[in-house]
Structure formats: C-alpha cells, structure tokens
Design a protein around this ligand. Structure first.
Ligand SMILES: N[C@@H](CCC(=O)N[C@@H](CS)C(=O)NCC(=O)O)C(=O)O
Length: 210
C-alpha cells in the first residue's frame, strides 16, 4: 500500500482507521513522522498538528473520522456501514456520540493530575455518553450496529481500551457494566481477533510511555 498513516498505536484516533483498514483486509502500519507532529513539515500537511494524518500520494488528510470514511471508500473489502439506511444512520450517530460526548469526558480523565476537581464531572459525562450509545444500539446486535463490523466498532474498541485502563483507579468498568447490552458487546469485541490485537497494541504502546 502506498498510503502512510502517522501517529501512535496508543491513540484511539489512530487505531480507528487502522482497525477499519484491517476489517477490510488491509494492513496500515502507523508511522512516526520525521521531526514529529509539531514540526513545520507536519504542519504544512496538517495545520491541526494532531495524529492521525493519512498521506495518500499528494493527498494529506487529518482527523480520524474522515480518514476512516476515505479508507472505507478507497480500499477493497467489505463496506464498513450497514446497507440499511436507518441502521447506517444509527451507526454514524453512535460514532458522533463517541466523538462529541465520550471523548471530551475521557479527556477530563486524562487531565486528572492537572485538574482532579474535574474527575467527577468527567465520570458523569462518560456514563451519560455510554447511556446514549446503549440507547441507540439494539442490545441483541453482535456488533455495535448490526451483524458485521462497522466504523462504530473501529471507533469504540480503542476508546473502550481506556475504560479498562482506568477501571482500577476510577471504576470506569462499572460504567460499562451498568449498560448490559454494551457490556456484552465489549466482552465480544475484546475477545475478537481485531479487538484483542488492538488492545494488545495499545497496551504495549502504553507500557512504552509509562
Ligand atoms: N479529533 C481528532 C483528535 C486527534 C487527537 O486528539 N490526537 C491526539 C492523540 S490521541 C494528539 O495528536 N495529541 C497531540 C496534541 O494535541 O498536541 C481525531 O479524531 O483525529
């Protein structure tokens, strides 16, 4: 593959397109960018200066979700959205809930050392976001939505990794356990080939920086 994706395997935003590519039968190995993501060269490709960044020939695309959608269209393999119009809409809604409700609360947990007072609100926000996702899933679905891996699985798996990481210190596992449909999905996702490989890679990347 002539494409490059820049970023760390610890990042849930990097792992989203990586998982999407794998689900379609392609390997996209995250690379470090020479000079780092704050370098002038990186900023010339992406003024946002965050990871991931996809470079496909002379096309440079930042942001996990547009990258994932691009790969879904560009790469051969199974489509990563349900055919059914309303199921596809729910899938996209769940991705959006993850990005605009779950991620900011998770960020509040990441910033716990600098802002310990923010932790209770972040935990409450996480619980709310998980509740929204539980609401919009069919509890009996094998994957996040429907009976096949979609962009929503690629989104949630590397984010839920951190709910397991913070379980010991902050009890975040209970927030998942309180939503039985989601808890059952997470148990299946962790046991799956794509899920277990992703979690092992994120764990190794976490150990490398701890
Ligand atoms: N909305 C972005 C979030 C990307 C993001 O926050 N990446 C983090 C790593 S997990 C990053 O690059 N942080 C470095 C920084 O903000 O300086 C996406 O979905 O790609």
């Amino acid at each position: 593959m002539t494409m490059h994706i820049y970023g760390s395997k610890l990042s849930p935003f990097v792992m989203r397109p990586v998982l999407a590519a794998r689900a379609k039968g392609h390997e996209l190995e995250p690379e470090d960018f020479d000079g780092g993501i704050k370098s002038d060269a990186y900023r010339a490709l992406s003024p946002i200066a965050k990871m991931p960044l996809l470079v496909d020939g002379d096309f440079a695309l930042p942001e996990s979700q547009p990258i994932t959608d691009y790969l879904d269209r560009k790469l051969s393999g199974p489509a990563l959205a349900p055919d059914d119009l309303q199921a596809a809409a729910r899938m996209r809604l769940i991705v959006r809930i993850a990005d605009i409700y779950l991620v900011p609360s998770l960020t509040g947990i990441f910033r716990r050392a600098a802002n310990p007072e923010g932790v209770p609100a972040a935990l409450a926000g996480l619980g709310d976001a998980l509740g929204y996702i539980e609401h919009y899933r069919d509890a009996g679905d094998e994957f996040v939505v429907g009976d096949a891996f979609t962009v929503a699985d690629a989104t949630l798996i590397p984010l839920f990794f951190f709910l397991d990481v913070f379980n010991k210190s902050l009890g975040t596992g209970q927030l998942v356990a309180d939503r039985p449909g989601l808890a059952a999905w997470w148990a299946r996702a962790k046991a799956s080939d794509l899920g277990s490989r992703c979690l092992a890679e994120q764990s190794a990347a976490l150990r490398a920086v701890s």
